[in-house]
Design a protein around this ligand. Structure first.
Ligand SMILES: CC(C)(COP(=O)(O)OP(=O)(O)OC[C@H]1O[C@@H](n2cnc3c(N)ncnc32)[C@H](O)[C@@H]1OP(=O)(O)O)[C@@H](O)C(=O)NCCC(=O)NCCS
Length: 170
């Protein structure tokens, strides 16, 4: 399994994965047009045969803040380390842009806690509420938790950073 930037050809698979979980009300649906517009925000996990096995996106809000969005792995491929590998790559990308904080809204907060995030009040990110939550059908009965992670300042970085995530079975 390798993780790489998404390409236009990946959009149908990303669309299918996200909307599979949206049908189960685990994720919010994303229209195809939206995915084509934001494909440059996405990373994908690619299997041995070139199939898309997972995805995750980093959406910028300002020079310090971004959101991890649309993180999922293909049905039947959970608990193999792919989700964590995707988050690690998204965080590495966030660090490379000099961001200070990354947050996510999720129905799987425990997974993000395992990845080093902590739970916080959604009100900490009012621009998210204004941009997306207020126009969401589920606004008044939303069960998503908000998690965030403060990225290390350049001086706090460990001396040696591993370039690639460890191999995971897929
Ligand atoms: C959440 C999701 C991305 C996790 O991906 P994954 O590949 O199964 O996760 P990993 O195998 O990398 O797991 C990393 C750790 O988190 C734990 N974990 C994974 N999913 C979890 C969950 N739903 N609840 C609690 N812990 C979870 C794993 O047990 C593992 O813990 P460990 O390090 O102690 O062994 C995946 O389950 C998924 O696609 N879910 C549906 C979509 C979704 O909920 N996305 C969340 C963001 S909107």
């Amino acid at each position: 399994m390798t993780i790489r930037k998404a390409e236009l050809r990946d959009v149908p698979a990303i669309f299918e994965m996200i909307n599979h979980y949206a049908a189960e009300k685990i994720m919010l649906p994303r229209p195809l047009t939206d995915l084509y517009e934001s494909v440059r925000e996405f990373l994908v996990a690619e299997g041995e045969e070139g199939q898309v096995l997972g995805c995750g996106a980093l959406k910028f809000y300002n020079a310090e803040l971004a959101e991890v969005r649309s993180l999922c792995v293909a049905p039947g491929t959970q608990h193999r380390g792919m989700g964590r590998a995707l988050v690690e790559r998204v965080l590495a990308e966030a660090e490379s842009y000099g961001l200070k904080t990354v947050f996510a809204l999720t129905l799987a907060p425990e997974f993000f806690l395992k990845c080093g995030f902590r739970e916080v009040a959604r009100e900490r990110f009012p621009m998210k509420v204004w941009r997306d939550c207020l126009r969401c059908d589920r606004y008044f009965h939303c069960h998503e938790k908000t998690v965030c992670l403060d990225l290390p300042r350049p001086s706090e970085k460990p001396a040696k950073v591993q370039a690639e995530p460890a191999e995971v079975s897929a």
